[in-house]
Structure formats: structure tokens, C-alpha cells
Design a protein around this ligand. Structure first.
Ligand code: IPM
Ligand code: MN
Length: 356
């Protein structure tokens, strides 16, 4: 019997829906070509929905999402909703509820894409960031005291558990082995200042490393990683780090690979339901204008298939995107695609069909 995957789609706000449309278009084509089925159900969640109904992510929606094989997300973010509400109420809630403890960010400079780094090309920029995705500063631990008085105190604590740190580090070692490139894993931390949290990270890293004698291990402080990512991005193969540092270095990395239009991300629970998204925001001012590059969303769909075990289909998507970047979107650096959002999706489809 043909394998069929249930994909929950959260198009979200702003330009999220038009990007997600292109991802679905491409997914349907590779699924047909590779002989598996995809069943999409749409969920109306995000700032628009919140403003209209006051609802963020109700339990019945969560229960329904829990019956899917994967979640495909466009963007969550609305200019009229106070910062933190949608992030905590939807995005982070999904990450925590489904225990998506890995945030995976492939960083690859495709041929034909400009990087702001002088004298660097595709041969220098090809690494992956494995970010812990359910702990650290993101748990919401802490509080405030005497708010709005001169004596105000605000505490925001970083929670690091042995279990959480170890499963993330193990995932990174496994990933590095499977990726089979330089086979080098760099721990990114701040052991010189955060002497409790990153002591736990460092010890766990060293211990787990014993199980992976084939992987070269390395350590760098997060501030130094920021310098080296700009100066010597070719030093990196896989980087593993905590939630907050991972958030920050992922955006730096997105810029050196050509910007938000190309950066895809995945929130992974290796034994559960994972969620895939372009990492750019909802870009509200471009809503409905077909100006946003959908390739990040299409690449995220590719990562989804890879994680679902459909590697061949994933590689078709990657090759299709690579060809569009190499041959068609040559003015990206000037902020010009030369095509509409839908036309870029059509080009990817065309190249996938040619390849098939
Ligand atoms: C990301 C985003 C989120 C994060 C925000 C929107 C809460 O920046 O996925 O990297 O900080 O994790
Ligand atoms: Mn981020």
C-alpha cells in the first residue's frame, strides 16, 4: 500500500500563506513522482486569528495536531499583537508540547547566491547548527518583583538539564556522523562566564564524544563563533549549542548563506511530531504581493521529507531549488527576484519534472 503522510499546515500570518502554497505545490509534485501520498489539513492560527477571536492555540487544535505526522508552518507574527504573545502562545507552545528538542538549521551557500562575505563561496559555507530547542532561557523560568518601581527586579533563568543537554548533544553527534562531511562537531558555549550551565554542556559533550571516536570535537565560545563564522565559515561542519545562543548564531548564519529568503529551519522530535518552517518572519507589509522568495519555505518542505524518511524526494527538492538559484534568481542580492512568489515555485516544479 502507498505510504500516506498527514501534514498539518499552519500558513499563519502575513506572507506565510503565499510561501506555504509554493511548498505544498512542490511537495505534491515530488510525492507523485516518488510514490507516496500527502494529506494536508489546514489550521487557521496566528495573529490574524488571535485578533479576531482571542484564541491562540486551543487544546482541541493541539489534540488534532497531535494526530499528524508533521507540521508545516508559514510564519507567525502580526504588527498589532504585542511581542511575546504569539511567540509564546503558538510557536513555543508547539515546540514544548511536541517536545521538539532540536532546532536544526542547515547553512549552505548555494551556487549563484551572493554572500556578504568577501572571497567566500559555496565551498566555504556549508554547515549545520543543532540548537537545543526546549530549555535554556526559553522555558520562561524567572519572574519580576516590584515591577514599575525604582526597585524593580527581573530574573530570567536558563534551565539546563542533564537529560535535555545530553539528548541534544547525542543528536548532534549522530547527525554529524550521518552527514559524513568533515565529521567535526563544535560545541558553542560560554564556559568562561556561564560556569554552571556550560560546565554541564562541556562535561556532557566530552562524555558523549567517547561514543563517537570517528568525530573530531572542538569547542568555541559563542562570541568567538560570531567572529569565525564571518572570517572562516569553512571551519564549521556541525555546531551544537543551547537555545539562546543557537537562536542568535542561526540568524547570523542565515545572512551569510544569502538571507531569509533561503534559510530553512526544523523543530525536531526524533521520535515524534516535528515542525518545519522558513525562518524569516511574516513580512506583513508584503502580504499578498507575491514578492517574497518562497525558497526557504520550499527548502523547509525538503527537510520535512528528509526527516520523514523520504530522502529521495528531499534530494529532488534540493536539486530543484539549487537550479533555480544557479540559473534564475541571479539578482537576489539586489533585492530582486525577477519572478513572483508563485513563479519561483513553478520553476522549482519544472526542474523537478525535468529531473524525474
Ligand atoms: C526562531 C525565532 C523564535 C525563537 C521566536 C519567533 C520566538 O526567532 O525560530 O529562531 O526565538 O526561537
Ligand atoms: Mn530566531
Amino acid at each position: 500500500m502507498m505510504k500516506k503522510y498527514k501534514i498539518a499546515v499552519i500558513p499563519g500570518d502575513g506572507t506565510g500563506p503565499e510561501v506555504v502554497n509554493e511548498g505544498i505545490k512542490v511537495l505534491n509534485v515530488v510525492a507523485a513522482n516518488c510514490g507516496f501520498g500527502l494529506n494536508f489539513s489546514h489550521y487557521n492560527l496566528g495573529g490574524e486569528h488571535y485578533n479576531a477571536t482571542g484564541e491562540l492555540l486551543p487544546d482541541h487544535q493541539l489534540e488534532s495536531l497531535a494526530r499528524s505526522d508533521a507540521i508545516y508552518l508559514g510564519a507567525i507574527g502580526h504588527p498589532e499583537v504585542r511581542p511575546g504573545i504569539l511567540e509564546k502562545g503558538i510557536l513555543l507552545k508547539l515546540r514544548f508540547r511536541f517536545d521538539q528538542y532540536i532546532n536544526l538549521r542547515p547553512v549552505k551557500l548555494y551556487e549563484g547566491v551572493d554572500t556578504p562575505l568577501k572571497d567566500k563561496g559555496p565551498e566555504h559555507i556549508d554547515f549545520v547548527i543543532v540548537r537545543e530547542n526546549t530549555e535554556g532561557l526559553y522555558t520562561g523560568a524567572g519572574g519580576c518583583f516590584k515591577r514599575d518601581t525604582p526597585d524593580e527586579v527581573a530574573i530570567q533563568e536558563s534551565i539546563n538539564t542533564r537529560k535535555g543537554v545530553e539528548r541534544c548533544i547525542r543528536y548532534a553527534f549522530d547527525y554529524c556522523r550521518k552527514r559524513n562531511k568533515a565529521k567535526k562537531l563544535t560545541l558553542c558555549g560560554k564556559t568562561n562566564v556561564l560556569t554552571y550551565a556550560f560546565d554541564l554542556w562541556q562535561r556532557t559533550f566530552n562524555e558523549v564524544a567517547n561514543d563517537y571516536p570517528d568525530i573530531i570535537t572542538d569547542y568555541a565560545h559563542v562570541d568567538a563563533i560570531c567572529m569565525w563564522m564571518v572570517k572562516n565559515p569553512e571551519w564549521f561542519d556541525v555546531i551544537v549549542t543551547d537555545n539562546m545562543f543557537g537562536d542568535i548564531i542561526s540568524d547570523l548564519a542565515a545572512m551569510i548563506q544569502g538571507g531569509m529568503g533561503i534559510a530553512a529551519g526544523a523543530n525536531i522530535n526524533p521520535g515524534g511530531i516535528s515542525m518545519f518552517e522558513p525562518i524569516g518572519g511574516s513580512a506583513p507589509k508584503y502580504t499578498g504581493q507575491q514578492k517574497i522568495n518562497p525558497l526557504a519555505g520550499i527548502l523547509a518542505a525538503g527537510v520535512m521529507l528528509e526527516i520523514l524518511g523520504e530522502s529521495k524526494a528531499a534530494s529532488y527538492i534540493d536539486a530543484g531549488v539549487a537550479k533555480v538559484l544557479r540559473e534564475d534568481l541571479i539578482d537576489l542580492a539586489a533585492g530582486k527576484m525577477g519572478y513572483s512568489t508563485a513563479e519561483v515555485g513553478d520553476l522549482v516544479v519544472e526542474y523537478i519534472q525535468e529531473n524525474h
